[in-house]
Write a protein that binds this ligand. Structure first.
Ligand SMILES: *Cc1c(COP(=O)(O)O)cnc(C)c1O
Length: 365
């Protein structure tokens, strides 16, 4: 019996590329014929070295990461980075850190940073209900700030940056959890980029961190070892037992982007196409579907929109589920609908959803 096609639009943990999961299935009992699973091998073994090595190499190659950056695999999710960044680079500096407030995830980063030091909110999109990212001219940046933090894609509101804020000599820190490896970015503009894996590059349990080497010299003495970037970099992410299976899935997923998709330019083309399909459906609906974000800031990863009433939204979600379009409910804090269309979502998934949207409108407008 063939299974019905389902498309998983979950915001995270999100769909993974099928070839990556199939490869893991093939090797589940015996990785490379060694008679042990990746879950059972020593993190000090040569197989572990290979896996971490390839995962890092894939990320370096895809993003063209300059040599003066470390690529780390840490635990605690993106949420722990909200604390680690200010613990390492704000606490004790006597300077403020500049935070750009674009939505729910920026808000969480700000709340954690405030526990560690002085935070200056250099732009706040709250009064506009977080529908856009700021223009450079709107940012009240302090040239003496410890760093500037921004969220390249607000997963809940569906608002994305397509150009980095300019911060001069002040290090730029970025929560890229929900658009990491979705398109090329100029890594050299950043001090630190972090991404919880479970949106775009793997399962939960590992967080990718790209950090510029000179920042490691600023890390204060005395931090808990696991929260100390320098310690984790000195030990090549192997200070303690890393989540090998999660890193292995990151390796397979990034290998898929590298070899099957053909790199981040190609990935961006696919992601643009998918987002365009859904935004066109919204724009051509005569107001039946209303997008949340301003068109120039619309996320290519999380498409957020509303229907004329909450009852219709409920009906849409229920009928969509029947048709195999899963997890389209918007985040409870903002309501409405959200289609998360990360790297692993095929174009056909967006074409099919667009078709469903048109049908639903015809019947219910
Ligand atoms: C999901 C998400 C987080 C939180 O990630 P965890 O790994 O669950 O801590 C942080 N920032 C953004 C932008 C996210 O999408």
């Amino acid at each position: 019996m063939s299974e019905k096609t389902i498309y998983n639009f979950c915001a995270g943990p999100a769909a993974l590329p099928k070839p990556a999961i199939e490869q893991a299935q093939k090797e589940l009992l015996s990785y490379k014929g060694i008679g042990m699973s990746v879950m059972e091998i020593s993190h000090r073994s040569k197989w572990a070295d290979e896996i971490i090595g390839e995962a890092e190499d894939n990320i370096r190659t895809l993003l063209n990461v300059p040599d003066n950056y470390h690529v780390l695999f840490l635990q605690g999710g993106a949420s722990l980075q909200f604390s680690m960044i200010p613990m390492n680079f704000l606490q004790g500096t006597g300077k403020p850190a500049d935070y750009i407030h674009t939505g729910s995830w920026a808000n969480k980063a700000i709340a954690e940073a405030k526990k560690e030091g002085e935070v200056s909110i250099v732009w706040n999109g709250k009064d506009e209900n977080f529908v856009r990212t700021p223009a450079q001219s709107e940012l009240k940046l302090d040239p003496n700030a410890a760093y500037v933090h921004f969220t390249s894609n607000e997963t809940i509101q569906g608002v994305e940056y397509f150009e980095e804020p300019e911060t001069g000599n002040v290090p730029l820190m970025c929560d890229a959890s929900s658009d990491f490896l979705s398109r090329p970015i100029p890594v050299e503009k950043y001090g630190l980029i972090y991404a919880g894996a479970q949106k775009n590059i793997g399962p939960a349990g590992v967080t990718a961190v790209i950090i510029r080497d000179d920042l490691l010299e600023r890390v204060p003495e005395g931090l808990p070892s696991l929260l100390d970037y320098k310690n984790m970099a000195d030990n090549k992410s192997l200070y303690n037992t890393p989540p090998m299976f999660a890193i292995y899935m990151v390796m397979l997923t990034t290998r898929w982007v590298r070899n099957d998709i053909g790199g981040l330019k190609a990935m961006e083309t696919v992601n643009r196409k998918k987002a365009d399909l859904l935004y066109e459906a919204i724009d051509n609906s005569n107001g039946f579907y209303r997008g949340h974000a301003k068109p120039e800031c619309r996320s290519r990863m999380n498409v957020t929109w509303r229907l004329p009433s909450e009852d219709l939204e409920k009906q849409f979600i229920a009928e969509a589920e029947q048709e195999g379009f899963l997890q389209l409910k918007g985040h409870r804090s903002v309501g409405g609908l959200r289609a998360s269309i990360y790297n692993a979502m095929p174009v056909e998934g967006c074409e099919a959803l667009r078709g469903f949207m048109a049908e639903f409108q015809k019947k219910n407008a």
